[in-house]
Design a protein around this ligand. Structure first.
Ligand SMILES: Cc1cc2nc3c(=O)[nH]c(=O)nc-3n(C[C@H](O)[C@H](O)[C@H](O)COP(=O)(O)O)c2cc1C
Length: 200
């Protein structure tokens, strides 16, 4: 099984990427899950426009496309910025074609410095799936007081953080179950993306 972790903050040393690294370590422990961790802070994709040449696409997008295509599931992490998902993440979805992440389950995680964080989840659920066909699972996570969570993740002292870490691991396990099950959906002859490349 292979899972792509998409850390959507374009800010250096972001909490989103730290949370992504926690997920990466969790999946890699025991070796059962291979991961590809794409941190948009280190690999910023240029703002998409239709002038991007084929050779640029070949260089900046093809290696990522290939990792996505061979993945079974995704963890999609968005920071909360002014109550919105990050522009880098929304830009990422403009690069995706109708196949590379189609009918692949994804766990959404929102990372907030404060006590909010639900709007970016809502935004991603509303506006990133139509043509990509990514399938967000019903469970999602909102990491509030993110700096504190990241500081205490390895050795949580507060009961609240202990519970949050447990919930974090639980959701990663749930995603693995979806990842296994969704292979059947993608293998089905009823899936006809070439015939109906765009969602409605
Ligand atoms: C441009 C910008 C806007 C932000 N807006 C909010 C906000 O509306 N509410 C909030 O609680 N935190 C806000 N934050 C703080 C982020 O939620 C915080 O940095 C968190 O760690 C997620 O972002 P990161 O992954 O880039 O670290 C904002 C940060 C930036 C850079």
């Amino acid at each position: 099984m292979k899972i792509t972790i998409l850390s959507g903050s374009q800010r250096q040393n972001s909490n989103s990427a730290k949370v992504g690294s926690f997920a990466e370590t969790y999946f890699n422990t025991g070796g059962a899950v291979e991961t590809f961790h794409l941190k948009l802070e280190n690999h910023p994709l240029p703002l998409w426009d239709d002038q991007i040449s084929d050779s640029q696409l070949e260089e900046i997008w093809k290696p990522i496309h290939s990792e996505l295509s061979s993945s079974d599931a995704l963890v999609v992490i968005t920071p909360e910025w002014h109550g919105m998902a990050s522009p880098a993440l929304k830009n990422f979805f403009l690069y995706c074609d109708s196949k590379c992440i189609a009918h692949k389950p994804a766990l959404l995680i929102s990372v907030s410095a404060g006590i909010a964080g639900s709007y970016p989840i809502n935004e991603m659920r509303t506006s990133s799936y139509k043509n990509s066909r990514i399938c967000y699972i019903p469970d999602h996570l909102i990491i509030r007081n993110a700096s504190n969570f990241c500081k205490q993740y390895q050795d949580p002292q507060d009961q609240l953080i202990k519970d949050a870490v447990k919930r974090f691991h639980y959701s990663l396990e749930v995603l693995k179950v979806y990842a296994e099950a969704f292979t059947q959906i993608r293998a089905s002859e009823s899936i006809a993306i070439d015939q109906f490349p765009n969602g409605l």
